[in-house]
Design a protein. Sequence first.
Length: 121
Amino acid sequence: MREPESTRDLSRQAFGRWGEDLAARHYRHAGFEILDRNWRCRHGEIDLVVRRGRLVVFCEVKTRRTAAYGGARSAVDARKQHRIRRLAATWLADHDIGPVDVRFDVAAITGVRLEVIESAF
C-alpha cells in the first residue's frame, strides 16, 4: 500500500530540511556565520548564505535518499547555476555588507553522507 501523496511531500520536506541543517552545521563548524537560510525573492530561493571574514558563500543544498536516479550533485545544472548567480546578485544588492569575495558551493547529501563542493561553479 502506497502512502498518501501529502505524507510523501511532508517526508520529502523534512528530509530536505534535515539536509539544510546538516550543511549549516558543517559551515558553522568551519567558522562561518549563517547570514540567511531559505532567502526568497520573486526569482527564487537561496538555501544558505554564510560568511567568514570577507568571503560570502551562496550554497545550494541538494538531498537525495539514494543515488539511484543520480546523486544530489548532478541536480545543479547550468540553468540552476545561472539562477543562483542572479539570486546572489539580488541578495548582495539587498544587503549592505560592504566589499566581499563570493563563492558558490553545492552541499550534496546522498543518504546520510554530506559532500560540500566548494567553488562548484
